[in-house]
Ligand binder design. Sequence first.
Ligand code: HEM
Length: 408
Amino acid sequence: MSGTEAGPRLTRRRLLAMGGGGALGIAFAGREALSAPPAGEAAVPFHGRRQAGILTPAPGRLAFAAFDLTAEGSANLEALLRDWTAAAERLMAGKVVQAPAGTAPADPGEAVGLAPAHLTVTIGLGPGAFARGTGRAGLRPTPLQPLPVFQGDRIDAARSGGDLCVQACADDAQVAFHAIHALAHVGRGGVNLRWLQTGFTRSHSGKGPHPTPRNLQGFRDGTANIAATEASALRRHVWVGNEGPRWLRGGTYLVARRIRIHMERWDATPLALQEGVIGRKKDTGAPLTGVRERDLPDFAAKNPESFLPVIPMSAHVRQSHPSNNRGVRILRRGYSFADGADPGTGDLDAGLFFIAFMRDPGRQFAALQARLAASDALNDFIQHRASAVFAVPPGISPGGVLGGGLFA
Ligand code: HEM
């Protein structure tokens, strides 16, 4: 696909997404042009070394979509990525995209008048973007392949995989959903929506440091995560280095798992047992061997009476701790989900939409998950129902295209 913007090769889709308009007569209007956003609702910068939505603080709402490329989209992937880049930049700035008069609006419109709401749009490429016959099969990074099926998994194929992903996070559910809606619209003809998952965490309010959010089991989730300030840990565990293809260096991989929590069983479990399953205290988030949330767990500590380990052998934090996994760490950034109830039983279809970023999904997530699937006490209360993996290209400077390095 040529990199030019003019001439008969311009599809309607490209017209809709392109910024500037100019001679083509496309006009764009900021959402603020129609209604001023509330003061202080800042936009997250679109340009930078990394894509937003990885290290940026997680706002309260998630809309995450996977798309499959159509034959047209596959043949024009570069143009699609250019369109999405232009549209994502505008969306994150709180702007809408408008089509010329007389055609259907390019922007669906539900975010008109809304603030940027810290929207981040993060774009990734799945293994299928490099399938045989696309002309890009040779460019697929080796670690980008569907994850194996782990013990206990009950994976729903229709909610798994995808050739492309868009993660939209915002303070406002309507803004997050709108980003997916608008990109699906911009990509029409080139992509079909494969699955969509919405999610939530507690919303921030006020200033200052925020406590670690609680998941739907009521426990603080994210305590021992890699922090955005841990530059050397991020280099070591999250950003693709020289081992990866040039276009992906400085980027990362995203693993998504839809994990159902059997809420009714969990809610009926005594507190001491819940804490033993996790290995932390429910109220403070402290390890069972500590007092404060940030205290380091002492896996060697034994109960003086029973001589049993204070943090049970099968506790989630013991099983997932780097010291028990050859130093493996990942950057977790998941959201809770609640998608109604099972007909008949009335059991909640809710849980954790686990999202994690890492340098190598096979060596990190798959190794960790193989261990958890075999020995984690949490397995009595959870089940992995969907799975996906994407390569997330690095950020760009003005004029760049997300994933554009693939075509260099
Ligand atoms: C519904 C499923 C899950 C729930 C409810 C859950 C919950 C938790 C909680 C409450 C903690 C302790 C607080 C913290 O450090 O964040 C934790 C830690 C952790 N979890 Fe999970 N988790 C789930 C699935 C997973 C999966 C699938 C993985 C990776 C394959 C994972 C990896 C980790 C890691 C690496 C830690 C930190 C361990 C440490 O260094 O102390 N978790 N999780």
